[in-house]
Write a protein that binds this ligand. Structure first.
Ligand code: AMP
Length: 220
């Protein structure tokens, strides 16, 4: 599979499987997986200045202000491991973020491929409320579809699985609304740049991954 030198942007609503697919791609392409949600959760856990500022937004399902997120992404993309390309998951999430990202990509002559995972809202609500993840490696499980082999523990690190605070019904509704208002317009933005392709998210993880790999192989 080709993927070198490309900035892959995973787009899609919360619960579509962006993180799961980004992790699989990262393993397969040997490119770093950069998830702003994971970076922010880590800052929150460590109660850094950024974490304290982001907390109220994250807990209510709102977006953290662009300037804060743009700064952590710019710093992250500057690291050596991004020199051959990277996979962005959860960023950009607003048009302003896409505009902040563009000059960073231009500087490095990096082309974007935005991969949208498309899926109905009704499926997402169901998925998110049964989503559990490993606090150590971030692997995601689904109590119904992908329960894991070790009854409540991560198959790989044996850590006890946890449920995200923002996966409650009320916060999920808010996150979906934020997605439709702020993030969905990015589809058009990347379509206009001829840099958007999509896969159907409502199918087994490995089938979605096959589709994602084909898109990358066909991308010139
Ligand atoms: P995620 O894990 O991508 O679903 O992100 C969890 C939460 O982190 C979101 O609901 C936002 O509060 C915050 N967040 C993550 N990425 C961004 C971003 N690019 N812009 C603003 N807020 C973000």
């Amino acid at each position: 599979m080709k993927g070198d030198g490309v900035a892959i942007v995973m787009l899609g609503p919360p619960g579509a499987g962006k993180g799961t697919q980004a992790r699989k791609l990262s393993d397969s392409l040997k490119l770093p997986h950069i998830s702003t949600g994971d970076m922010l959760r880590e800052s929150l856990k460590n109660q850094t200045e950024l974490g304290k500022k982001a907390q109220q937004y994250m807990n209510s399902g709102a977006l953290v202000p662009d300037a804060l997120v743009d700064a952590i992404v710019a710093e992250r993309l500057d690291r050596e491991d991004c020199s051959k390309g990277f996979i962005l998951d959860g960023y950009p999430r607003t048009l302003a973020q896409a505009q902040a990202l563009q000059p960073l990509l231009d500087q490095k002559h990096r082309k974007v491929l935005a991969i949208g995972i498309e899926i109905e809202d009704s499926v997402l609500v169901q998925r998110l409320s049964s989503r559990w993840s490993c606090p150590k490696c971030g692997k995601v499980y689904n109590a119904q579809l992908e329960p894991g082999k070790r009854n409540g523990r991560c198959d790989e690190c044996f850590e006890e699985l946890v449920q995200r605070k923002d996966d409650t019904e009320a916060v999920v509704a808010k996150r979906l609304q934020v997605y439709h208002n702020n993030t969905q317009p990015l589809i058009r933005h990347y379509q206009d740049q001829r840099a958007y392709c999509n896969v159907t998210g409502d199918q087994p993880i490995d089938r979605v991954f096959e589709d994602v790999k084909k898109l990358i192989e066909n991308h010139k």
